[in-house]
Design a protein around this ligand. Structure first.
Ligand SMILES: *Cc1c(COP(=O)(O)O)cnc(C)c1O
Length: 466
C-alpha cells in the first residue's frame, strides 16, 4: 500500500490513528473504523474532508450558540491577541478585556450576581465551586458544612471534582471516583424512572430525595446542592415543573447553597439568559462555559451571588485558587464579541419567542411517529425518547443504547448531527437556525426515524420488555 496523499482524509486518519487519543472514545475501535474528519464550518453547517455537509444539530458540543464562522468573533480574538496575547490575572494585575467581560456578565446575570471567577472551561468551573463553597462555609464559621448533594446521571465535567459530582457510573468506575463528601440522589427523569407517578408527583418525590439526603447527613454538614437546570449530557432531561421550586425551598430551609450548573443552559439556550430563570429558581452560584464564547475559545467561570461573594471576600484573606488561563485575554475578547452578537441580534429573545417555538412545534409533532414515545424541547434543547411501545414506555429487545446508536449513525448519513443517549436522540442547534433550516432538520429527523424503525423491525428488536 502506498502512503496516503497529503491533505487527504486517509492522511489525517492515519496520523490521528497513530498519535491521537480521543476523549470519551474507544480509540482502538475508532482507529479501526477511521474518524470523521471535519474541516470547515459555516452558519449551522459543518463540512467533512469529503465535502459532505451536515446540519450541526448539537452546536458542536453545546457550544456554537451564535452559529459557526462569525467573523466579528474571529476579528475580536485576533485584535486582542495582537494587542495583548497573554497575561495572567494573578499578582495584582488585570486587563481591559477581563474587567469588561466581568461587567458584561453581571449585566445579563440574574439580580444579585455581581462577580465572576474565570476558568478555561466547565470542569474547572465546577472544581472551583467545590473549593469556593467549602472555603465560604469555613470563612463564615461553619466549616463542618462540606458535603455536596448531586444527582445520578448528572454531568458536571471530567476532572476529579467534576466527574465526582457528576453521576455517570462508567466515569466513576475508572480512576477511583467519586472523591469523598458527595451524595448522589435521584434525577428528575420522569420518562425513564417515573413509574406510575404523574410527572408533577414524580418531580416532588425527586425533590424530596434531596431533602432526605440532606437530613440524613445532617444539614450542619451539607454545603451545597448542585444540578443542571436541564441535564444535558444525561439525555436532555427536563424536570417536571414541580421539581426546581421544591428543591430551592428544601435548600433554603436547611441553609444549603444552591449551585446551578449552566455550562449548557447558560447564555440563552432555554430562551432565558440562564436556565435557572426558566425554572424560576434563584441559585447562589452559577457555572458557565461552552456557549459564552460560542465555542470559539476555551473560557468558563463561576458567577458568584452576593451572599457567597460577601463571605468569600468581605472579610479579606486570600482564596488560594486560580488557573493560569483564568481570564485569558483571547477568551475574554471571544466572550465579549459573542455577547455583543447575542445583544445585537436579540438571540435570546429569538430562542424564547421565535425560532424556539417554531422548532418546538415541529419537534413535538414527531411524537406521532411509531418509534417516538416522548418529544420534548425547551428553548433550543430537546430530546426524542425512542421506544417500541409508547404506552408502557418500554425498552427494546436489545442492550440499552443499541437503537439510539443505530438512529445516530443514520442521522449522520442523512446529514444531521444528533447525539444518542441511551435509546434517545438529543438536539441543541445554534440560535441562528433559520425557519428553512429548522424545516430541513425536522425532515431529516423524519427520515432517520423511518429508517431506524425499519431496521429495528428487520432485526427483531421490537419484542419488548418493560
Ligand atoms: C460540558 C459540561 C461541563 C464540563 O465542561 P468542560 O468545558 O468540558 O470542562 C460541566 N457541566 C456541564 C453541565 C456540562 O455540560
Amino acid at each position: 500500500m502506498s502512503a496516503p496523499i497529503a491533505n487527504s482524509t486517509a492522511h489525517w486518519r492515519a496520523l490521528d490513528a497513530a498519535h491521537h487519543i480521543h476523549p470519551f472514545s474507544d480509540t482502538k475501535a475508532l482507529n479501526a473504523e477511521g474518524a470523521r474528519v471535519i474541516t470547515r464550518a459555516e452558519g449551522v453547517h459543518i463540512f467533512d474532508s469529503e465535502g459532505k455537509s451536515y446540519i450541526d444539530g448539537m452546536s458542536g458540543l453545546w457550544c456554537s450558540a451564535v452559529g459557526h464562522g462569525r467573523g466579528a468573533i474571529v476579528d475580536a480574538i485576533a485584535d486582542q491577541l495582537r494587542q495583548l496575547d497573554y497575561y495572567n490575572t494573578f499578582f495584582k494585575t488585570t486587563h481591559p478585556g477581563v474587567a469588561e467581560l466581568a461587567a458584561a456578565i453581571a449585566q445579563v446575570a440574574p439580580p444579585g450576581f455581581q462577580r465572576t471567577f474565570f476558568t478555561s472551561g466547565g470542569s474547572e468551573a465546577v472544581d472551583t465551586v467545590i473549593r469556593m463553597v467549602r472555603h465560604y462555609w469555613a470563612a463564615v464559621g461553619k466549616p463542618s458544612k462540606h458535603i455536596f448533594i448531586a444527582r445520578r446521571n448528572a454531568y458536571h465535567g471530567s476532572t476529579m471534582g467534576g466527574a465526582s459530582l457528576g453521576g455517570m457510573k462508567p466515569m466513576h468506575a475508572q480512576g477511583g471516583l467519586p472523591i469523598p463528601g458527595i451524595i448522589h440522589v435521584a434525577q428528575p427523569y420522569w420518562w425513564g424512572e417515573g413509574g406510575d407517578m404523574s410527572p408533577e408527583d414524580f418531580g416532588l418525590w425527586a425533590a424530596q430525595e434531596v431533602a432526605r439526603a440532606i437530613d440524613a447527613a445532617g444539614p450542619e454538614n451539607v454545603a451545597a446542592f448542585i444540578g443542571e437546570p436541564i441535564q444535558g449530557a444525561g439525555g436532555v432531561i427536563i424536570p417536571p415543573a414541580t421539581y426546581w421550586p421544591e428543591v430551592q425551598k428544601i435548600c433554603r430551609e436547611r441553609d444549603v447553597l444552591l449551585v446551578s450548573d449552566e455550562v449548557i443552559c447558560g447564555f440563552g439556550r432555554t430562551g432565558e439568559w440562564f436556565g435557572c430563570q426558566y425554572m424560576g429558581v434563584e441559585p447562589d452560584l452559577i457555572t458557565f462555559a461552552k456557549g459564552v464564547t460560542s465555542g470559539t475559545f476555551p473560557l468558563g467561570g463561576v458567577i458568584v451571588g452576593d451572599r457567597v461573594a460577601e463571605g468569600l471576600i468581605g472579610q479579606g484573606g486570600e482564596f488560594h485558587h486560580g488557573y493560569t488561563y483564568s481570564g485569558h485575554p483571547g477568551g475574554c475578547a471571544a466572550a465579549l464579541a459573542t455577547l455583543k452578537i447575542m445583544h445585537e441580534e436579540d438571540l435570546v429573545a429569538r430562542v424564547k419567542s421565535d425560532i424556539g417555538p417554531y422548532l418546538q412545534s415541529r419537534w413535538t409533532a414527531l411524537a406521532e411517529h411509531p418509534l417516538v414515545g416522548e418529544a420534548r424541547m425547551v428553548g433550543l434543547i430537546g430530546a426524542l425518547e425512542l421506544t417500541p411501545d409508547k404506552a408502557r414506555r418500554a425498552r427494546f429487545a436489545a442492550e440499552e443504547g443499541t437503537v439510539g446508536l443505530i438512529a445516530r449513525d443514520i442521522s449522520f448519513r442523512e446529514g444531521l448531527v444528533m447525539r444518542a443517549v441511551r435509546d434517545s436522540l438529543i438536539l441543541a442547534p445554534p440560535f441562528t437556525l433559520s425557519e428553512g433550516e429548522a424545516d430541513d432538520l425536522v425532515a431529516i429527523v423524519g427520515r432517520v426515524l423511518d429508517a431506524t424503525w425499519a431496521e429495528v423491525r428487520a432485526r427483531g428488536l421490537v419484542a419488548t420488555s418493560a
